[in-house]
Design a protein around this ligand. Structure first.
Ligand SMILES: [Zn+2]
Ligand SMILES: [Zn+2]
Length: 159
């Protein structure tokens, strides 16, 4: 996605309406790595500009997506997610906290797929489901607490 000021120029040159609401949405989306849904972006925008309408959010997202400034992703998380990173990449989704992150594959996708039967791949999107480092850290703290208890227990036994 281009910068807010570049987008402003593009929108103007195409005769599209350019309101402060839209400019706020450009700023909130530029460099945004959270892959927001329309609802999530609406909440964020409302905090900056109370009274902004959900319709404006949808309209702006659709315009940016059709201009190729945003990728619209169906990640199986319910509502569509929007991604200003329009380069080829893939995603991880944390099953605990729902965090969506960008990941990159080395090598070409078809190399990993068997039985393509002459099918020619134009594009591929990999979604890796799992648990993020932060959620796993919460888990391992609990585990190491148990281990510490075990050590204490063993010491008491040995004395
Ligand atoms: Zn997580
Ligand atoms: Zn992404």
């Amino acid at each position: 996605m281009r910068s807010p000021s570049e987008l402003t120029t593009v929108f103007r040159s195409q005769g599209m309406k350019l309101t402060p609401q839209r400019q706020l949405l450009f700023r909130l989306l530029h460099g945004n790595i959270t892959h927001p849904s329309a609802d999530a972006l609406y909440l964020l925008a409302s905090a900056h500009m109370p009274g902004i309408s959900l319709r404006t959010v949808y309209q702006t997202l659709n315009d940016l997506a059709s201009m190729g400034e945003l990728q619209q992703l169906a990640l199986g998380t319910g509502s569509a997610r929007f991604d200003p990173n329009i380069g080829a990449h893939h995603h991880t989704i944390c099953q605990r906290c729902g965090e969506v992150r960008d990941v990159y594959l080395t090598g070409d996708m078809p190399a990993y797929v068997q039985d393509l039967a002459g099918f020619v791949v134009d594009s591929a999107a990999v979604v890796l489901h799992g648990t993020c480092a932060q959620c796993r850290a919460g888990e391992s703290t609990a585990k190491s607490d148990n281990r510490r208890n075990n050590v204490v227990y063993n010491k008491e036994n040995s004395t």
